[in-house]
Design a protein around this ligand. Structure first.
Ligand SMILES: Cc1cc2nc3c(=O)[nH]c(=O)nc-3n(C[C@H](O)[C@H](O)[C@H](O)COP(=O)(O)OP(=O)(O)OC[C@H]3O[C@@H](n4cnc5c(N)ncnc54)[C@H](O)[C@@H]3O)c2cc1C
Length: 402
């Protein structure tokens, strides 16, 4: 029987990773998620994972679901490839992994995975742990514990509350109201093309490398990222984790067209065909077939994102409420690292709470170390790096001075 009860707000990649870690360590955990079900909202397609997420997945997942993850991930070559606007290859940039110091036994690898498949894998075995349709409104914290209050009038009580509730975090609003987010000045339209169709337009490197990207003098860009399943998700689940149900999925290439808001006026109110046309229109003066590629994408696959970034700031000392992932260090996707840091936060916080459960450490001390080293140390350093890269590559607004 666990001494510690942990309440996690948000069943995104970070919240689910933490729940897996805690459950694996025999700690009592309950997750509360605003969405009515796991598939309620489309949440994007390809995710680039690096050593942070790959090692976190290996650490927190049980053997069967981890085998499914490993079998379905597309381990890429360690390059980001720069294209000309006619989609010919200019150069391949080696993308290093720099985390050997944090994960001594970790492997430095990169993978492209499908977000919905990853989320399903992270949910494995947590069916009774995750409570859908529960929107946190606020919490009350005393030295004796934390009570979470939900929009449906229900409450939950625990020893620790973790805000894993994403960029508009209600937990952050109360725990760290000084930590704000800012408009990055950039809009991006996302859609997906079946790989067999994309192969007629894009170079071979799109299918082997982490990401391929072309941009013009306006810093308008087209990014391409492939998701190729070495083993189909449904087949991998049958082989390695028979209780896990995954949908059949075909390989695809995600296409992202982005740049300063002014190049995308009015797109916020569009969907489907309208967004696809708007994305193709932005690239109409590019030579070759970039705009035509977009017209081959499934119109229903399109969505638009107005990018925001966290603004690094100090945190007050913790008592029994903390944060992880985008709830505290959301970043623009220029480095493809937000999910990686969220999953790494979860693995490290899970380890820290295990020490508290085993009475080897005091809760306030482990939360203070975690927040200093991981959230405001590592997390904010990646936010700053993403902002610097975003300024160079897509004219992102500089971070406001914190
Ligand atoms: C288009 C796009 C592409 C990206 N590509 C990459 C990539 O290639 N690699 C990478 O590492 N990162 C990428 N990112 C960033 C990555 O998606 C995020 O960093 C990551 O999802 C953060 O995980 P999280 O668990 O912190 O938050 P989320 O995944 O946002 O999860 C938060 C959860 O909390 C729930 N919630 C919110 N409010 C409440 C509430 N009040 N009560 C209860 N539940 C609540 C939400 O419904 C959601 O399920 C990308 C982001 C975008 C937008």
């Amino acid at each position: 029987m666990s001494d510690l009860k942990v309440l996690v707000i948000g069943a995104g990649l970070g919240g689910l990773s933490l729940a897996q870690s805690l459950r694996g360590n025999g700690i009592d955990v309950a997750v509360f998620e605003r969405d009515a079900s796991p598939g309620e909202r489309p949440q994007g397609y390809r995710l680039h994972l690096d050593a942070d997420a790959l090692n976190a997945a290996r650490e927190v997942l049980p053997a069967g679901p981890y085998a499914v993850f490993d079998a379905t991930a597309q381990y890429t070559e360690p390059f980001t490839t720069i294209l000309a606007t006619d989609l010919s290859v200019v150069k391949r940039l080696f993308t290093q992994d720099v985390h050997g110091d944090v994960w001594p036994r970790g492997e430095a690898r990169h993978a492209n995975v499908d977000r919905a498949v990853l989320r399903r894998i992270l949910l494995a075995g947590l069916e009774k742990t995750v409570h859908y349709g529960r929107t946190l409104t606020h919490y009350e914290s005393t030295a004796q514990g934390v009570t979470a209050f939900f929009a449906d009038g229900s409450t939950a009580r625990g020893d620790v509350l973790v805000g894993a509730d994403g960029i508009r975090s209600a937990v952050r609003g109360q725990r760290a109201p000084q930590c704000e987010t800012a408009d990055a000045g950039v809009t991006a339209i996302y859609g997906r093309v079946p790989s067999s169709v994309a192969a007629r337009f894009v170079p071979a490197e799109t299918f082997t490398d982490i990401f391929t990207i072309a941009s013009d003098e306006r810093k308008v860009f087209l990014g391409l990222g492939s998701v190729r399943f070495p083993v189909a998700p449904a087949e991998a689940a049958r082989r390695f984790a028979p209780g896990l149900s995954l949908p059949d999925q075909d390989d695809y290439v995600v296409c992202v067209v982005g740049g300063r808001h002014e190049h995308f006026a009015g797109v916020r109110d569009l969907s489907g065909h309208g967004l696809r046309t708007a994305a193709a229109e932005v690239l109409r003066d590019w030579p070759g077939r970039a705009a035509e590629l977009l017209t081959r994408a499934d119109p229903e696959s399109f969505f638009v994102v107005e990018m925001r970034t966290s603004v690094p700031a100090e945190l007050d000392p913790p008592v029994n409420v903390t944060l992880l992932g985008d709830a505290i260090h959301a970043m623009t996707p220029t480095l493809g690292r937000g999910a990686n840091v969220a999953m790494r936060d979860a693995a490290l916080l899970g380890r820290a709470l295990k020490a508290v459960e085993k009475r080897r450490a005091c809760l306030r001390d482990v939360l203070a170390d975690y927040e200093r080293d991981e959230l405001t140390g590592y997390g904010f350093s990646v936010v700053r790096e993403a902002a610097r890269t975003g300024e160079q590559r897509m004219a992102q607004n500089p971070l406001p001075r914190g």
